[in-house]
Structures are given as C-alpha cells and as structure tokens.
Design a protein. Structure first.
Length: 202
C-alpha cells in the first residue's frame, strides 16, 4: 500500500499526465499526415510512440498508487514490462526503416527510455517484495518525474520546435560560418552611415 502522505503527489501526477496526453493528441491531430499519410515519416512515429509511452506509464502508475489495497510494486512490474516491449518494438522499427543511416538523437532517445523502464522494473520488483518500503515508493515517484521530463522533451521535439539545449547551442555556434559572425547587420550599417551623413549637412 502507498502511504497517505504520497497521495497528493500521485494525484498531481495523474492530473498532469492526463493533461499532457490530451495536449499530445491535439499536437498530433494538427498534422496527421506525418503519422498516417503518404508523407508519414518513421522518425515522427517513433517520437510520438516514445512520448505517448512515457506519459501513459506515468498516468497508470499514478492512478494505481491512489487505489487502496493495490500493490504498486506488482503494477510497476507489469507496466515496466509492457514499456520495455514497446520500446523494443520502436527500436526494431527504427532499424528497419533506417538501415543505412540512423540518427544518433533517436538512438539516444530510445536508450534513455529503455534505461527508465529498466530502473522502474528493478525498483518495482524490490517494492513488490517489501510493499511497505517507503523508500521504494519514493523511487517510483522519482521515476515518474523522469518519465515526465522525457515525455515533455520528446513532445517538444515532435512538434518541430527548436532545440535550445546547451549541446545544440554550442554545436550551432561552432558550425556557423565565420562570414555570418563578421558581417555587419543592416541596422549597424545604417547607424554607421547616419553620422557620416549628418557631418556632410551644412
């Protein structure tokens, strides 16, 4: 059983997960052709599946934790096993669709998701052996936060938003042509020409 002190946390997780899943469906419905149309891309489908899997995992665990008399460890084992199977299927799809070139970002994404499910499986198995272990419940809660962050990051990538991570910013600065950094902007050129024009006036 989950201690009463965790009920507010898991209740908040369930509410946030439900809202994020709804927003994910809205984001996908804006451009459904990327998932099912003739222009459907495997990268888009994999990112959508990974984000959906992480958010659904968070929702299910949070709801089970609120049920009285239900083993959170047993539910965690089942959810983690399903998540591992789902992620393995996404890896197979990624390898099949991109036999010649696989993006490192997609591989790292699925590796992180596999690691999260592996940690959840190990923590849930330990919690199932000691259902009253408060630290085990805390670890499940911490993993839910990890699934939240993963799902939000993948959803951000899914909608095609720009990556503002430190690694991306540094890489973009390194690969930016030197001419772009040394070329004066139009506003700067106007500011330089303006004083010269004022001096010429009588």
């Amino acid at each position: 059983m989950v201690p009463v002190s965790f009920h507010d946390f898991f209740g908040g997780c369930a509410s946030v997960a439900g809202a994020l899943i709804g927003l994910l469906f809205v984001a996908l419905s804006v451009s459904p052709e990327k998932l099912t149309g003739d222009d459907a891309r495997a990268e888009h489908q994999i990112r959508a599946g990974a984000a959906f899997s992480a958010l659904v995992t968070t929702l299910v665990i949070a709801l089970v934790a609120l049920l009285p008399g239900v083993s959170l460890g047993g539910a965690g084992i089942v959810v983690a096993a399903v998540g591992l199977a789902t992620t393995s299927g996404l890896i197979i799809v990624l390898g099949r669709e991109h036999q010649q070139k696989i993006h490192l970002g997609d591989v790292s994404m699925l590796a992180i998701l596999l690691a999260l499910y592996g940690l959840q499986l190990a923590s849930a198995a330990q919690l199932d052996g000691s259902p009253r272990d408060v630290s085990g419940v805390s670890r499940q809660g911490a993993l839910l936060i990890g699934f939240f962050l993963f799902g939000i990051a993948r959803s951000w990538q899914l909608v095609g938003a720009r990556d503002f991570s430190l690694a991306y910013t540094v890489a973009a600065a390194i690969h930016r042509p030197a001419s772009e950094s040394t070329r004066p902007q139009e506003g700067d050129q106007a500011a330089i020409a303006s004083p010269a024009g004022d001096q010429d006036d009588p």
